[in-house]
Design a protein around this ligand. Structure first.
Ligand SMILES: [Zn+2]
Length: 285
């Protein structure tokens, strides 16, 4: 979603990410970062739901995944869609670095819809498009592939938004960010990895800057600003260790990103139990 779009205040804090220019160069105040306090509120609600459900946090989560390709004639090749899913499984499995998060993605199917308006203006037509295409419940990842523009490469909802608006749940990606796509520095499929991190409940490593609670994860150092490109020796908050520039939840080039932390893996599986896991979301609603 673009910054100028009018959305309800509580929803103007999406897991949306800067596009190439934003990720590469625009310091320090990301206009889409969470408002102060949102991370803390999300964590408190997560703990409450986990206490209420009293369900164990699983070591492994398998996410049923549907991909919806929008096209005006232009579209990623089918191989790129398959490669995107493989990229997700490699990244979440720790194949590039960091930990194996325990999260895997099981591709259930691909739909292709020829609609030039939805392809070119997926945010404008978000509700109609998702209402028509969406499959499954809170546990199903609906990944919409369309064209977003130069400043925003992807957009995701958070799991704790699901109850409020199930239809809008999902991730929207610019088709040129898929593996082998045409967006230089952002075409290894890691925009998808990053956005789905939001869909599973992660914030940016730089959210809340140097202030507590940061991104709400214990093993990602506080970070004052998003990182662009692939900086060397960046340490933007005193005393807490260098910025996690290789983390998938920062804004660096795809070639610079490679890891999730153990804390992020646990958080995604906690969020899964609280909001998405089969049977749990309905019971807690
Ligand atoms: Zn993001």
């Amino acid at each position: 979603m673009v910054a100028a779009q009018a959305v309800p205040a509580a929803q103007a804090v999406p897991g949306e990410c800067g596009g190439a220019p934003a990720r590469a160069g625009r310091p320090p105040a990301d206009p889409h970062g969470p408002e102060p306090g949102q991370v803390g509120r999300a964590l408190r609600e997560l703990r409450e739901r986990l206490d209420t459900l009293a369900a164990p946090v699983p070591d492994t989560v398998v996410v049923p995944t549907w991909v919806h390709v929008l096209t005006d004639g232009r579209r990623p090749p089918e191989a790129a869609v398959r490669s995107q899913i493989a990229t997700l499984n490699a990244a979440y499995g720790g194949a590039h670095g960091g930990v194996a998060t325990g999260v895997r993605f099981d591709l259930k199917g691909v739909t292709v819809t020829r609609n030039a308006e939805w392809f070119a203006h997926p945010v404008t037509h978000e509700t109609a498009m998702k209402a028509a295409l969406r499959k499954g419940g809170p546990e199903t990842l609906n990944l919409y592939i369309a064209q977003l523009g130069q400043l925003v490469l992807g957009y995701s909802t958070y799991p704790f938004w699901y109850d409020r608006d199930p239809t809008l749940d999902g991730v929207l990606l610019d088709w040129r960010t898929l593996p082998g796509g045409s967006l230089r520095n952002f075409n290894r499929g890691f925009t998808g990895v990053h956005e789905i991190g939001h869909w599973l409940g992660l914030f940016h490593t730089f959210d809340n800057g140097c202030q507590e609670p940061g991104d709400g994860i214990d093993d990602t150092p506080p970070q004052a600003t998003p990182s662009g490109g692939c900086p060397r020796g960046k340490d933007s908050c005193p005393g807490a260790g260098p910025d996690a520039i290789h983390n998938f939840m920062d804004y660096t080039y795809d070639a610079c990103m490679r890891e999730f932390t153990a804390g992020q893996g646990v958080r995604m599986r906690e969020m899964w139990v609280a909001y998405r896991g089969s049977g749990t979301a309905g019971a807690a609603r």
